[in-house]
Design a protein. Structure first.
Lengths: 362, 216
């Protein structure tokens, strides 16, 4: 395996070597995201964390987990509707769970004119992220690559309009669907400008909404806008991009069209849903043919294996995936999706610590 | 005459499959005016929806194509429904459906609801964010054959487990539980003793098996 060197590397050296496909002292550890629940902060609810505009509680959650696991990458994030809520979508909170949209900002085409481009410093729950990035960068800039992104243009459009309704628009008034995604692209670009200003070095995109589209619609309503968004990220000076592949009927379409996003020259992690470790390995080889610095990660199911498996089961699964995919680098150890609130700590331990142990095997 | 009835039925199916909402509405009205049996017209509408569900299951179609098919079906169904003879009570499979507590995702649940309705089930849609007790109480109230519960998000699995337990507690084996949604899996279904439906089309297939058992 090429995942071993004798000398201990810094997280920056490890991540850079991994993207280049060079040996690393251990496998690169992606972020562990359970922070929005205020893990380690007794009596703090999800709502307390994500509505705290100072970002302090979110930062405390990140600190708790980073002190425990020392991951190589930290991603500051809360919930996947945060951009749309800042644009007028109304959400609902549940006990100990993440908020979800209950009323969309764009009920009819005329409403789009009234939806403003959000300012991440002031609008909705975005200041929580903006201020948390600042706090996290202050403390961990030398310990991990710190990033923050959005769910990306199409998924933001789906969250201000509703997935059913934007699907209808795509078929019956495609001009309006384009206006929606165009507006969402502007919003995402404005938001990551704030993240860069706050100190994030990495950014990203991708969520579940675009995995319900055919290849034809994906190429028409996702690819051009995501290219624009990524170009903006490059111009701002972000050093890496993480693209999430959420599970859905057309997750493979996202992967197979990935090279159309124009990520050349930007180290990129394509993480999330792959059918299995073997498929992820095949995709790693496919990406390498067209873009030299694309890594993969994921497969291990957050909602299933990590939440309900035993620590032993998780360790075995981690070993299988890491041993299959880590040789040759370009691999980050990360769950296939965000971890649900309240995953047992012993399961998180098994997920992270067993990977660290495997990585040290020469 | 037979050929013209056949034509109008096929045109209705074509309109629904292609999501042509206006054409579905006018072709449905036209077929009824020409004397086509309302039951045959309704069958054409439902056949098209189920065929689209099958295409979705095979990844030959995706959500946008399905959405306009459903919208077309609704328009056509609005036209034909007042002319339909309602089936006798007790002939239909009774299904209580909802999204579990803590989850408000409803697209999958609504697809299943519509697909089951067009497959001849009596569907009681409880909505979203439904506590376990409410599923079980409704199952008792309507003497449900099936409780269908879904969740897209992983935290919903805990609520889903509670729902299966509650339904079992109040209904024993009299009500089967179907589970579905991204956060569920065949392994989870096996563990909790439920029927796993990977999509709306599979829910229809499972219901057909039950309908067959019930009619024997």
């Amino acid at each position: 395996m090429t995942v071993s060197t004798n000398a201990e590397m810094t997280p920056y050296e490890r991540v850079a070597a991994m993207y280049r496909g060079e040996p690393t002292d251990r496998v690169v550890l992606g972020w562990v995201r359970e922070v929005e629940t205020g893990i380690g902060l007794p009596s703090v609810t999800v709502a307390d964390v994500v509505r705290d505009k100072s970002g302090y509680k979110l930062y405390r959650g990140i600190k708790t987990l980073h002190d425990r696991y020392q991951t190589d990458i930290i991603t500051v994030g809360t919930y996947t509707t945060v951009e749309a809520v800042a644009m007028g979508t109304k959400d609902k909170y549940f006990v100990d769970q993440l908020p979800a949209p209950v009323e969309y900002a764009v009920k009819s085409p005329e409403d789009l004119d009234r939806v403003s481009i959000p300012d991440p410093r002031t609008d909705g729950d975005l200041p929580c992220l903006y201020n948390c990035i600042k706090r996290t960068v202050r403390e961990f800039w030398n310990h991990a690559l710190i990033g923050c992104g959005t769910v990306g243009p199409f998924s933001v459009a789906a969250r201000i309009r509703g997935l059913w309704q934007i699907s209808f628009d795509i078929m019956k008034r495609p001009w309006f669907a384009h206006d929606l995604v165009n507006h969402a692209t502007e919003a995402c670009s404005s938001i990551i400008e704030g993240w860069f200003e706050a100190g994030a070095l990495g950014t990203g995109g991708g969520a579940g909404s675009e995995t319900v589209l055919s290849s034809k619609h994906f190429k028409e309503f996702v690819v051009p806008y995501e290219r624009r968004y990524i170009n903006k990220a490059k111009r701002l000076g972000f050093t890496s991009y993480t693209r999430h592949i959420c599970s859905g009927p057309s997750a493979s379409i996202v992967i197979d069209n990935f090279t159309d996003f124009g990520l050349h020259g930007m180290p990129t992690l394509v993480w999330g849903y792959y059918e299995d470790a073997k498929t992820m390995l095949q995709k790693k080889a496919m990406f390498a043919e067209s873009a030299p610095q694309v890594a993969v990660g994921g497969v291990i199911r957050a909602a299933d294996t990590i939440t309900f498996g035993t620590p032993d089961e998780i360790s075995r699964e981690v070993e299988r995936v890491v041993k299959t995919c880590a040789p040759g680098g370009k691999f980050v150890h990360i769950p296939e999706c965000s971890l649900p609130p309240r995953v047992p700590l012993e399961n998180l331990d098994a997920f992270v610590i067993s990977a660290k142990k495997i990585g040290r095997i020469g | 005459m037979a050929a013209s009835v056949f034509d109008s039925i096929e045109r209705i199916k074509w309109a629904v499959m292609n999501g042509d909402i206006d054409a579905t509405s006018s072709l449905t009205a036209e077929a009824l005016e020409r004397g086509t049996q309302p039951g045959a017209v309704f069958d054409a509408l439902t056949t098209a929806v189920i065929a689209m569900g099958e295409r979705l299951s095979k990844k030959e179609a995706f959500l946008p194509e399905l959405v306009i098919t459903f919208e077309a079906f609704r328009k056509g169904a609005d036209v034909v429904r007042p002319r339909l003879d309602l089936p006798r009570e007790g002939d239909k499979l009774k299904v209580v459906i909802g999204t579990v507590e803590g989850d408000i995702h409803n697209i999958g649940k609504n697809l299943v609801k519509l697909m089951l309705e067009v497959s001849g089930c009596e569907v009681y849609d409880l909505g979203v964010d439904i506590p376990a007790e409410k599923f079980a109480e409704k199952a008792v109230e309507v003497n449900a054959d099936v409780v269908g519960c879904s969740t897209l998000i992983s935290p919903g699995i805990l609520a889903l487990r509670r729902t299966v337990e509650q339904v079992r507690k109040l209904r024993g084996g009299a009500t089967k539980v179907f589970i579905g949604g991204y956060a569920t899996s065949p392994a989870l279904a096996e563990e909790v003793g439920a029927v796993y439906c990977k999509d709306a089309y599979e829910a229809v297939q499972q219901v057909r098996i039950l309908q067959g058992e019930k009619s024997r």
